[in-house]
Design a protein around this ligand. Structure first.
Ligand code: ATP
Ligand code: HSE
Length: 309
């Protein structure tokens, strides 16, 4: 039996729409992500468990894990009968890379079980394709960090999909999921089809400046560059209380704050644990909307998908 855990991720990280992503894990040691197990069997089956299992499609063939198995078998050229189990611990449509967690855990588990027939690059291509089926367009900013860990920049040139960018060890990433669902496909559909030249120039300056600041170890400059002019101005309308929660987080000591992926999860960066705890308190009191919501203080997860058993 093979069991793989795949962690939560922050798509975009504000400044890199579709091209920057970060994997995160709670500092209390809890596992914020999905697990997929694969066992030998005579015929294929998929069992689903976990806190958010009731939010999955009722037709098992609509589950992205089933589609992972199907595409994996097609790619390796043989049908591999297995019993798969998905532990759906990530809320669906959360902005925490929920579908990416299932896709990455399922494909890594299948590859491990089958004796590694696919390379890292081949697996990433499949992960992007499957994520694209759900969100309506191929983007790697959740699957790449979820699989590889850390802060990842999508390159998609010269046969390289993604490479890691050095982040800042002192940063805490406070993640607040309010408990409501936002569909990635819908949050993409409301974005403009075209942007003004001035916005394109500014976006290039901000993203280039952020990556430069990471490599030259200038944390303050990196924070200053972390501005989202591509998605946040348009998506805020989908996120009740986001603007106020952002103000409260910054007032409580956060250095930067933005939408995680397509939302509704908000992330805030702090450089001390005491600031992170104060920001967490503000978000628990003012951003959560129901019992399904939660706030976690996290660090960058530098490992990515890993074997638990
Ligand atoms: N195993 C799965 N995990 C999550 N969503 C799934 C899964 N299988 C199928 N789906 C379907 O995919 C859609 C999730 O799409 P969406 O991209 O909005 O969510 P998400 O990946 O959870 O979002 P985010 O990346 O913002 O966390 C839902 O309609 C859901 O029913
Ligand atoms: N880059 C994607 C991430 C979705 O989780 C988007 O913002 O639509």
């Amino acid at each position: 039996m093979v069991k793989i855990y795949a962690p939560a991720s922050i798509g975009n990280v504000s400044v890199g729409f579709d091209v920057l992503g970060a994997a995160v894990s709670p500092i209390d040691g809890s596992l914020l992500g999905d697990c997929v197990s694969v066992e030998e069997a005579e015929t294929f089956s998929l069992t689903t468990l976990g806190r958010f299992v009731s939010k999955l499609p009722s037709d098992p063939e609509q589950n992205i894990v089933y589609q992972c198995w199907e595409l994996f078998c097609e790619t390796v050229g043989r049908t591999i009968p297995v019993a798969m189990t998905l532990e759906k611990n990530m809320p669906v449509g959360s902005g925490l890379g929920s579908s990416a967690c299932s896709v990455v855990a399922a494909l890594v588990a299948m590859n491990e079980f089958a004796g590694h027939p696919l390379t890292e690059h081949q697996l990433l291509l499949l992960m992007g394709e499957l994520e694209g089926r759900i969100s309506g367009s191929v983007h790697y900013d959740n699957v790449a960090p979820c699989y590889l860990g850390g802060l990842q920049l999508m390159l998609e040139e010269q046969g390289i999909i993604s490479q890691s960018v050095p982040a800042f060890d002192e940063w805490y990433w406070v993640m607040a999921y309010p408990g409501i669902k936002v569909s990635t496909a819908e949050a993409r559909a409301i974005l403009p089809a075209h942007y003004a030249k001035a916005d394109i120039v500014r976006h290039g300056r901000l993203l280039g400046g952020f990556i430069h600041a990471c490599h030259s170890r200038q944390a303050k400059l990196a924070i200053a560059m972390m501005q989202d002019i591509v998605a946040e101005p348009y998506r805020t309308q989908l996120l009740p209380g986001f603007a106020q929660a952002r103000e409260r987080s910054l007032a409580a000591g956060a250095l930067a704050c933005g939408i995680s992926g397509s939302g509704p999860t908000l992330f805030a960066i702090c450089d001390t644990l005491s600031a992170a705890e104060q920001v967490k308190e503000q978000l628990v009191n003012h951003y959560l909307q129901n019992d399904e919501g939660f706030v976690h203080i996290c660090r960058l997860d530098t490992t990515g998908a890993r074997k638990l058993g």
